[in-house]
Write a protein that binds this ligand. Structure first.
Ligand SMILES: N[C@@H](CCC(=O)N[C@@H](CS)C(=O)NCC(=O)O)C(=O)O
Length: 211
């Protein structure tokens, strides 16, 4: 199994955490080591991550996570209970489909190239991240139980979306004090080997001069 990713790739970090939680070995392929054309032949969208499994390439982190969940079911990432499962999927979708999609680097670059200045960009990021984290915090506050992780006593689908998004928000200067449950659960995740090994600084292509 090959994972095409890059050290700083929060969608890829979700998949790295999932692979680690499931205890699956994989080959890390740094997309930077391939030319853009070579990678476009692997993933026509040119985005990371992509997963190669059984001779096929799979793209989009949500689809990759679903594939891993069904193909390697031994350590389930989604709760078995259908209600909790739906909440966990919704939680991940808020992050992947809305918060991340609206503030990802290429969107910020596009806005910057279309007359939005630095203050406007910061406002854009604060708005979408703030709105997203407020929804996540509210969802966590109304859970059926005060679990240690988002939707259970072990980390899973929702948590592997949350931790990379919090890290990205911190990089973008988003203030998270208003979201104590988000922060507490993220800190719990950040102390676990599966999450630590997925962090940007733990990746083989992490630049030596990066902070
Ligand atoms: N919806 C996609 C998002 C993938 C995505 O936007 N990846 C970013 C990095 S986190 C990327 O490849 N950026 C490179 C680029 O925009 O050229 C997924 O969940 O896999």
């Amino acid at each position: 199994m090959k994972l095409y990713t890059r050290w700083q790739n929060s969608a890829g970090e979700r998949v790295r955490i999932a692979l680690n939680l499931k205890g699956l070995d994989y080959d890390y392929v740094s997309v930077g080591s391939l030319g853009a054309q070579a990678y476009a032949a692997i993933n026509p969208q040119g985005l990371m991550p992509a997963l190669e499994l059984d001779g096929q390439v799979f793209t989009q982190s949500a689809a990759i996570l679903d594939l891993l969940e069904t193909r390697f079911p031994e350590r389930q990432l989604l709760p078995a209970d259908p209600v909790r499962r739906a909440h966990a999927i919704a939680f991940g979708a808020i992050i992947a489909s809305e918060m991340h999609a609206l503030t990802v680097n290429r969107v910020r670059k596009y806005l910057a190239g279309h007359g939005i200045d630095e203050a406007g960009l910061a406002q854009w990021v604060q708005h979408w991240q703030g709105e997203g984290f407020a929804a996540l915090e509210a969802l966590l506050a109304r859970r059926a139980q005060d679990w240690d992780f988002c939707y259970g006593e072990v980390p899973g689908w929702a948590d592997l979306h949350l931790a990379p998004q919090v890290a990205a928000a911190r990089r973008l200067g988003v203030v998270l004090e208003r979201f104590p449950l988000v922060v507490a659960i993220t800190e719990r995740c950040e102390s676990l080997p599966a999450f630590i090994a997925a962090r940007p600084e733990a990746q083989p292509d992490f630049p030596k001069n990066a902070g």
